[in-house]
Design a protein. Structure first.
Length: 112
């Protein structure tokens, strides 16, 4: 009545090549480096550009016409708006720095 049931054979997991030049390791590192460079450059741009003279002489500062133009231009040149954009730049630079530490930690972890 109660006959033993044989276990169902499992397919072995495919072996993934480790340390091969075509593996995903180099692509992950390259992607991390490109992300770091992008975040750092964007962060520096957003940190510095709002405080230059070009900030108030661009298309977006004068896009609205009529009586609203004075209000919009005043908003665009407000120090708090400039500081907010610079704050976004600081966040981008911080992300780049954290990503550098994460990249080195991952490299150190791979060695051990």
């Amino acid at each position: 009545m109660n006959e033993p049931v044989a276990p169902v054979p499992q397919d072995p997991e495919p072996d993934s090549p480790t340390g091969s030049p075509t593996g995903p390791g180099w692509f992950s590192r390259l992607s991390s480096v490109l992300f770091i460079v992008f975040c750092f450059e964007l962060g520096l741009f957003l940190l510095i550009y709002p405080w230059t003279d070009s900030w108030s002489d661009n298309y977006f500062a004068w896009v609205v016409s009529g009586s609203v133009q004075t209000t919009w231009h005043g908003f665009w040149n407000n120090s708090y708006v400039r500081g907010g954009v610079s704050g976004l730049g600081v966040v981008n630079v911080w992300i780049a720095i954290l990503e550098v530490f994460r990249l080195f930690a991952r490299k150190r972890q791979a060695r051990s």
